[in-house]
Design a protein around this ligand. Structure first.
Ligand code: MSP
Length: 509
């Protein structure tokens, strides 16, 4: 059995969760759910990034200790993941003892291997990024990402010999198939690697809110070098060697394009320096924008997941429900480029794909079967014209998930829904007399719904399970295994159907 380990970036706890964070987390969850269907032993981890100057200052501003600050905000991210029905196997916080142990062990190894030295550093620093910049990277004297004034910092720091790993990293990103998806971002990484790699500062003596450097108690690790190690901590580094050996060779990081350099340049170099030769693979997505601005707490346009899921009368948002929320963020924004968030598009997508196409199909098939096919449901015909459509739907869906294209995957799955609706419209079973002919049409439609439930479940897990139960099937959709479960003919017939309210009630715009 293959293993699949997928992580989200760990979120800064100075900010409350917004839909930009939820977007990343839902993507990771959907990839994980797809791999579970494939039968891969899968682990999905998310969590919070709790050290650094930004947090220390947020705590000062709020008049609380850093620990109080992180405890109260981390839980918001934990709750946000639960709200959007994320099946994470772990939630890691960088203030946990297991993480302190992992950071200190990994960095001690890097130090013992001779890749860390002490020096003075002076340079422009952006607190929002928690990063130093080179003078020539500034934008009119401002941070190139936040467009805010930078601060000058002078520190006696420990430095990591990043420059020692340029060739190995180039080799990795040039010669490993599918190492970064989409491929455009792999080229961006190669561009970063072909510039001169400057050694980087990895410790701070000016702040106290961090993980102590084990060989020098006057320093704490710079927050990014503590944060990146969370991925190893959660896999068992320094606490469970067997687990680490199992998960690490198949680690996949999903991240926004803003943090490519840390993940694709610094992090693999540190792993190599610590003697860990299995390097991560990456899924990189663009930003969600509102009116062209990156979403953040400071943006007045910030929208929370809860507002869209539960509705917010004051803000004028209807309730999309959890699956309506997830479906939009997986189906509409192309994976890779930046995308403008559009509330109107979200309503349109919900009504067309979820209410009209999927919800109505389930409703209609259950109603007509109940009227025309007796107590128990009919089985599909092996020669149905829908069988070939189901094969194509599976193949196209699988290929697109593999290529990190959720919108393409869902479009392929929804094609089978549309074809089943057309099959019903062409055959008009509601006009037929009871008998073999109508049984075949309805058995075929039930079988198509069964397959759709499986293929759609990474995006809309709750609705897929509900539809599965309505067509009388026992057990859990998530326990089905592909590709076998998508083969035509799996619906056994002879089941009791369950009618109910629409799965996706139509929304008013
Ligand atoms: N703490 C660091 C990550 C450390 S990982 C070892 C961090 N945190 S963050 O909370 O600022 O952002 C984390 C991630 O949230 C981004 O990389 C991105 O994946 C996601 N997003 C935050 N805002 C976003 C948008 N407006 N749009 C899309 N994704 C966004 O960076």
């Amino acid at each position: 059995m293959s293993t699949f380990y997928i992580t989200t970036p760990i979120y800064y706890v100075n900010d409350a969760p917004h839909i930009g964070h939820a977007y990343t987390t839902v993507l990771a969850d959907a990839f994980a759910r797809w791999h579970r269907l494939l039968g891969d032993d899968t682990m999905m981890v998310t969590g919070t990034d709790e050290h650094g100057l930004k947090i220390q200052r947020a705590a000062e501003d709020n008049g609380v200790t850093p620990q109080e600050q992180v405890d109260s905000t981390s839980v918001l991210f934990r709750d946000a993941a639960e709200l959007i029905n994320v099946a994470n196997d772990d939630f890691i916080r960088t203030t946990e003892p297991r993480h302190y142990a992992a950071v200190q062990e990994l960095m001690q190894r890097v130090y013992d291997n001779g890749y860390i030295y002490s020096d003075t550093y002076e340079g422009p620093y952006c607190v929002a990024c928690e990063a130093y910049y080179a003078e020539d990277e500034l934008d009119d004297g401002n941070c190139p990402i936040h467009q805010r004034a930078i601060e000058r910092m002078v520190e006696e720091n420990y430095f990591f010999k990043l420059s020692a790993f340029a060739d190995q990293l180039l080799d990795y990103f040039e010669n490993t198939a599918g190492v970064v998806k989409p491929d455009g971002y792999r080229k961006e990484v190669l561009g970063l690697l072909r510039q001169e790699l400057r050694d980087v500062s990895i410790s701070r003596s000016s702040i106290s809110w961090g993980i102590p450097v084990p060989w020098d108690e006057n320093h704490v690790f710079y927050v990014w070098y503590d944060a990146l190690i969370n991925y190893a901590t959660a896999a068992g580094f320094s606490s469970d060697d067997e687990a680490f050996e199992k998960w690490w060779p198949n680690v996949h990081h999903i991240l926004g394009k803003d943090i490519i350099r840390f993940h694709c340049v610094f992090w693999p170099a540190m792993l190599l320096a610590a003697g860990i030769t299995d390097l991560p693979k990456y899924y990189v997505h663009g930003w969600l924008l509102i009116g062209g601005d990156k979403m953040s707490k400071s943006s007045l346009n910030s929208v929370t997941p809860a507002q869209l899921i539960n509705g917010d009368d004051e803000a004028g948002y209807v309730a999309f429900g959890v699956d309506g929320f997830r479906y939009h963020f997986l189906r509409d924004p192309a994976f890779g480029p930046d995308n403008d968030f559009s509330y109107e598009q979200m309503v349109t997508r919900y009504n067309s794909d979820l209410a009209n196409q999927f919800g109505n199909l389930v409703q209609r098939v259950i109603t007509v079967t109940g009227k025309k096919c007796g107590e128990l449901s009919p089985a599909p015909s092996p020669e149905s014209s829908l069988a070939a459509e189901a094969v194509t739907a599976y193949e196209d869906t699988a290929r697109a998930w593999e290529n990190a294209q959720p919108p393409v995957a869902l479009d392929a799955t929804w094609r089978l829904i549309r074809e089943t609706n057309e099959y019903l419209a062409a055959n008009e079973p509601w006009k037929m007399d009871e008998g073999a002919e109508v049984d075949t049409v309805m058995g075929d439609s039930l079988e198509a719904i069964r397959i759709v439930c499986i293929l759609a479940s990474p995006a809309i897990p709750a609705a897929a399970q509900a539809a599965w139960e309505r067509i009388g099937l026992p057990g859990k959709v998530e326990d089905q295994r592909l590709p076998e479960a998508a083969s035509w003919g799996g619906y056994p017939g002879g089941l009791t159907l369950v009618s109910g309210d629409p799965l996706f009630p139509r929304l008013k715009g």
